[in-house]
Design a protein around this ligand. Sequence first.
Ligand code: GCV
Length: 734
Amino acid sequence: MPLVLLVTLPSLLFAQTAKIKIDIQRTIGEIDPKKKRSFITIMKMKTINIILLFFLSIVGANAEDGHQLWLRNKKALPVTVVCSKNSPTLSIARQELQQGWQGKAGASVVLTIKNDKAIKGDGFRLSAVGITADTELGILYGVYELLRRQQTGETVNDEIVNPSYEIRILNHWDNLNGSIERGYAGPSIFWRKENPFVVTDSDRVIWRQYARANASIGINSAVLNNVNASQLILSADYLTRVKAIAEILRPYGVKTYLSIKFTSPALLGGLKTSDPMDPEVINWWRVKAKEIYSLIPDFGGFLVKASSEGQPGPQDYGRTHADGANMLADALKPYGGIIMWRAFVYSPNDKDRAKQAYNEFVPLDGKFRDNVIIQVKNGPIDFQPREPFSPLFGAMKKTPVMPEFQITQEYLGHSKHLVFLSTMWEECLQSDTYQQGKGSTVSRCTDGSIYPQKHTAIAGVANIGLDTNWCGHDFAQANWYAFGRLAWNNQLKSEQIAHEWIRMTFYADSLQSNNENVAADWNQNFLIPIKQMMLDSREAAVNYMMPLGLHHIFSMMQDHYGPGPWFAPPRMRPDWTPPYYHQADSNGIGFDRTKKGTDAVEQYHDPLASAFNDVSTCPEIYLLWFHHLAWNYKMKSGKSLWDEICYHYDRGVQQVRGFQKTWDKVKPYVDKERFTNVQRKLRTQTINAVVWKDACLLYFQQFSRMPIPDDIERPVNNLDDIIANDMTRRRPTN
Ligand code: GCV
């Protein structure tokens, strides 16, 4: 805050308060005595508000660049930490308690490592006086939980807290030259083009901060490089750098994994083939595994994108996914390593891309080694704003399947749009597959509750880069946070996650007084509206991008940012063009995946298969995913399908405008930097939402030939202009 304001504000405040006092005295003499009491109350409130505003203006003036994420420095109270052991992890635990204690001043916390049958894996027993766990990492997670509860005002009862998944992993799509595929927050924190093998102090600082942030939300693993992998990652120089990274991540419990290229034996090792059945290839991987584990004894394993989107794989040698995965699994087995084999496969020849992963993988159920997990994207296509869950989650009985969520907003406005993804992941995790009858949710099918699984895991494609605030958008940090929290507890509600994140990210140190008015005011005027904005934000994006089950109608298939339902360059493979997905023509719109169409519904268990198949029971959120319907099809609301589409696009625009208003109102409660950054991004988002609406309505109107309902804002863009100038150029830079 400028010095001049610091000096003048108190005197202004004093003058204003004194004036109010005089006003009160003057006025109450003149008014009806019955009204005096309420009048005095109002005037007192006015005084309190002014004091609060003054207070908040000081708070708001603190510089915040977002780098501290949800771990912002707090004024810690004194605490005594009792722990009979010592280790790098335990000293982090101790230090975190001492630097962040918000409980009773002078309290003692006892950290105890001892076996307890009720505690699983990284879990712990929490009480007001201490934490017990089987492992040091359990202690560390318990410490973060305790501090979080203190900060968010949650109670601490005597309870066991166990994680839902054994492996809670971030996938970094970071290339070895420092760029990030689908990254919108600057270059990689792990790799760079210049001096790639020099490990600097600032590398170590950022890796440590990264590890701490992950540990604080329970993330315990990271794949350091892109699934579109270079064979070079397995070369000696890169492995030495991986070792350096692993050493920093280790005390925080973050295990290192790598993505590998299936043809590394040929490309890096100089072998004639990379056929997984070839003895030399098998041996090459064994030797490589030995080399890796000699450098990184706790190395986690490999993530593999094979026979997918042009990446080489076992099918190039006439082998199956199981042949490829098992060969690698055998190489890592002696060291306890794991193979995460991705099921993201589709070919241009298939009539329906949504069916392919299931068709390829279900026949292989039971054929994988027990250290292989199949990694499945939440939906059957590709991280769209809304998809039904992938039917593979309800299909495999003898092979563990792990969900892959996308934290980076490839299809949700990059780091320009405010979209809280927790609600989308919650929707997926809570979807019922009916695999073992009612209640077989995706969460239960993947966390070992339904079938015993040797390993359980969940992955999130990271949104992290070298940007000061890590994620590009201040609110995109909430998605990293939410992924960690859901990976730890897949039954959490987005409302709670948003609440925690806002409380930890925005509640300023200087607000941490015992003044109830300050806290109540902050809750009422900041926490509640901002939480609501976050909870509504994903649905808003669905509304202005692709409502009612529409999907993959983006422009420039390499960019996936703006609208492009028209995009179909000659000779492009059809499943890389939006018309393949929306199927709009003069008869109607939508992809017919019913029994009369591609029969994708058949990949779901009943009663879902029948519900999706029947237009009258298909949830409207998935309507055009499963059905091709006439433009005048009558919706449940009584409106025609065309009108309903129009109203959804319009609602999306209005929702984002509402977010702008919400944000502008909370200005006194936010530091200037973050306020301005978010305000600018919301402006961009609104401009973009209008373009999405205009583009889609004007394009589809060519087929529907129906008017845009009167009460909806008229388009402000012309379709030919939008097509000619893609949105990347029309959005302001921020
Ligand atoms: C890493 C989509 C993305 C690609 C990504 C791929 C995948 O197609 O556009 O960038 O590649 O998914 O998940 O492998």
